[in-house]
Design a protein around this ligand. Sequence first.
Ligand code: UDP
Length: 476
Amino acid sequence: MEERQRKPHAIIIPFCFQGHITPAINLALKLASKGFTITYIHTEFIHHSISKAHNHNSSTEVDFFAEARKSGLDIHYSTISDGFPPEFDRDLNFDEFWDSMFRDFPVRVDELVGKTIQSNPSSVYFLIADTFYSWPAAIAEKYSLVNVSLWTEPASVFAIDYHLDLLRENGHLPWNGDLERQIDYIPGVQPISKRDLMSYLQDDDVTTTLLKIVIKGFEQVKKADFILCNTIHELESGSLSTLNLEKPTYAIGPINFDTTFTKISVAKSIWPESDCTQWLNSMPPGSVLYISFGSIAQSNKQDIGEIANALLLTGVNFIWILRPDIAGPDETDILPDGFNNRVKGRGLILSWCNQNIVLSHESVGGFITHCGWNSVLESIWYGVPMICYPFIADQPTNRKLVVSDWKIGINLCDGQQLTMKEVAQKINLLMSGKTSDDLKQEMKKVSKIMHSALDMDGSSQRNFVQFLENLKVNLY
Ligand code: UDP
């Protein structure tokens, strides 16, 4: 068969967290809609969790892409063990889990990639793996695959992680210098202070598993052929242009809102979603505060108590997502006594919802967010100003983008202990008055930039086309 007639086939392996799964599935659909064959690989645990969430707890496994195939897409899924049974608590045993993910998981990925390629040797395969994995370059090299790294956080975070060597040289990893000194030497990144760095770079301990994941991932990414970033060129042009000098880097975000395929339903959520549309319909426009700390971050009983008391003080309508593990595995009764009764009719506490449905509803006027990158993108897409309350990883850096660079959100607690008084004050600022109007005004501008990027001739669409052209040159 002539080389050019061989069909391009992407093997896509997302990181095993909600915030990485959704963009990877959407990228898979986008590529499939351009005529690519896709093998999308979930860990068995994630596959099982999503199946359970969508089958009301029944153990029947979901065929993720059945509907997509009915629409003519050549897209299939496969699963791979992460080495632990479903009941193993991967968060509680984070270090043990990741030791195994570094050591044993790559062996299983290698086997599965080998088998996938053997099953249809007439295709031209390439690899799309999450940047945080420690093995893509080795696997790509073994099977002579073009290696595409999928980055699901801001480009500025990527740029800082890419230059960990500069942080080391300047005495900032570990941090042993002046606390006030700005980091002004990362190519393409505006000067940034310690408090705005990713949590694993603020930590005095440089042996944390989180930092290990980043170090290993970024050793690998230096050998990748292409980087795909779920961000928008116009919002991060400095970091992106500079990264492009190192490696072909394409901002193709926000991938979750690409309308080419969003009508195809694919199960993505790892927890069952409560439907709150009816409740939202009964609320006045712009009156509801949405609060969520994403899929991973854990708070504590004291801070949750302060937020709850602030909600009582302000009288605001709200939806608050409190995952069962939000205050750690052993903490129950985390809300103040009688809280539920006192907010009856104006407050909903849920363990998980469809966040996009909530944020897109006209009754929602503000979002207290942990600043996970998907949540930030979603909030901007729907034009909802934010109160930023970051916990870990890239969240403090994302907060800087939202608050200092784009001015579409305000800080909560700013490194201090959270108090109900401060939370109440910030909620009032967010929901009405001059600050609220200013934030909405800026939000309109940023949201417009984001929407334009996904127009037919918008920057993200053009970048995607350019990526496909360059990819094909490397594939054939
Ligand atoms: N999310 C959701 N329902 C919820 C809370 C969160 O669907 O109740 C989704 C949210 O829309 C986002 C993802 O979970 O797409 C969380 O990703 P993000 O990057 O914001 O944070 P992470 O969970 O990675 O910390």
